[in-house]
Design a protein around this ligand. Structure first.
Ligand code: EPU
Length: 417
């Protein structure tokens, strides 16, 4: 078991470079198997979710070269295989192999996916989409069997603009006969990144990044190259850290429009930032205004930054409200913040946070990935040394987090027990 040890109240200065986006790369790797040749991804983050997906690529017979953030996947010898539970359970995004295998082989057999415990996380929209394309979906104990004689383009309306369902349906539809329309599609930047890769392979997708996506089926997909977009959640996490303990802390490699909602909230709180092309320089102000934050689909305030943001709200003067609207269980970090001294009242998925409160170091647990990020942020501002347990969650999604924070002056180490 690994722990993080964080000594609080050090000022951070210098530069943190943002890595490739976890939530893009976890879809781009399964998407790669739709090619009959070779796919190259640049800016691939070295996180445990990447490794877990490459284990699945290896199982299917793909040849992988992963060096200096460049990932080449030769898909010529890919064969269809059952994706076993020990691989599918490691992360949520293993479910993208449903769409990719269905699109390529018209057959997918895969155990239920894993991922953070942040709500019930059904995948009924993915399943409905596959069925609309002509597939039969069988649930056999804890495994999905998805098969089709042929896939035919269809008009699919999503009840909710789900990121996962939009991507999975694109993967299943790119080689279907005819044209597929996804209405009320999710608009997150990760979807555009996946559509770009597929189009570079030869797919015909238009409208990715809007709520209406049109996919004209093609019979063959070939060699392609794409850059993984910068991780807007990682960027947002470091911006929040900069707002709390930064002194001219430079966060570089950001696409500003991807973090617009966060920037506007930070400004509302009184945080000063200088935007310089793709970098943001941020410093801690003397005080923060209380604000309200409600998580929404893109371009709204992203759910993955709600927990980190709630730590910043403990330092604002007055009462702030943080409302989570995407998942049912994004408050796992709150009991630990309360133990550290935060004044937070939770009512369902709404937290009422009154500040400012000084936080005191405690032994805490990363109950999920972003709760873990929130615990690191709390540790960085707390008085004393915070110990964070179950940091495997954090390492799934933040590349070199200890190295990046240490390089700008944080006192943070990993303790391997
Ligand atoms: N939903 C359904 N049915 C479905 C699909 C989704 O009811 O078939 C519900 C979900 O239960 C949830 C909401 O719709 O309440 C949104 O789910 P969505 O499908 O958009 O999310 P996801 O694809 O499961 C991805 C990221 C999440 C991120 C969300 C929202 C990956 C692997 N995961 O999840 O990332 O929070 O989009 O942006 O890309 C994280 O990185 O910590 C994380 C949880």
């Amino acid at each position: 078991m690994k722990q993080l040890i964080v000594e609080g109240q050090h000022e951070l200065t210098g530069e943190i470079k943002i890595s490739g986006a976890k939530n893009s790369v976890v879809a781009l790797i399964p998407a790669a198997i739709l090619s009959d040749e070779e796919v190259t991804l640049y800016n691939v983050p070295n996180i445990s979710d990447t490794k877990s997906l490459l284990d699945i690529i290896n199982l299917l017979g793909g040849q992988v070269v992963y060096q200096n953030e460049m990932l080449k996947i030769d898909t010529k010898n890919i064969k269809n295989k059952v994706i076993p539970e020990e691989l599918s359970k490691k992360l949520r995004a293993s479910y993208y192999f449903m769409g990719a295998l269905l699109g390529k082989f018209h057959y997918a057999e895969i155990y239920f996916p894993g991922g953070c415990n942040i709500g019930s996380r059904p995948i009924d929209f993915h399943i409905k989409g596959f069925k609309k394309l002509g597939a039969e979906v069988i649930i056999d104990k804890d495994k999905y069997i998805i098969k089709a004689d042929k896939l035919k383009g269809a008009h699919i309306f999503l009840d909710f603009a789900s990121v996962g369902a939009t991507i999975n349906i694109m993967l299943a539809a790119v080689k279907a006969e005819g044209t597929t329309y996804i209405s009320n599609a999710a608009k997150e930047p990760e979807i555009v990144n996946v559509a770009t890769l597929l189009n570079n392979m030869g797919a015909k997708i238009i409208g990715a990044g809007t709520s209406e996506i049109k996919i004209e089926g093609v019979s063959k997909l070939g060699t392609a190259v794409v850059d993984v977009i910068p991780d807007r959640i990682e960027a947002g996490t470091y911006l929040i850290i900069g707002a709390l303990v930064g002194k001219d802390l430079k966060i570089s490699g950001i696409i500003e429009e991807h973090v617009d909602a966060l920037l506007s909230k930070l400004k509302e709180m009184g945080v000063k930032m200088y935007v310089d092309s793709n970098s943001i320089i941020i410093s801690r102000p003397t005080k923060y205004k209380a604000i309200n934050v409600k998580t929404l689909v893109f371009p709204g305030f992203v759910t993955d930054l709600g927990q980190p943001m709630s730590v910043l709200l403990t330092q604002a003067e007055g009462t702030s409200i943080f409302e989570e609207t995407i998942y049912e269980n994004r408050m796992g970090h709150v009991p630990y913040l309360q133990q550290m001294g935060a004044n937070i009242k939770v009512n369902g998925q709404t937290a009422i946070i009154t500040g400012p409160t000084e936080l005191t170091a405690k032994e805490v647990t990363a109950t999920d990935l972003r709760a873990g990020a929130a615990m690191i942020i709390a540790g960085l501002i707390a008085k004393g040394t915070t110990t964070i347990n179950e940091i495997e969650h954090i390492l799934r999604g933040y590349e070199n987090i200890v190295e990046k924070l240490s390089a700008v002056g944080a006192q943070i180490t990993i303790n391997e027990q």
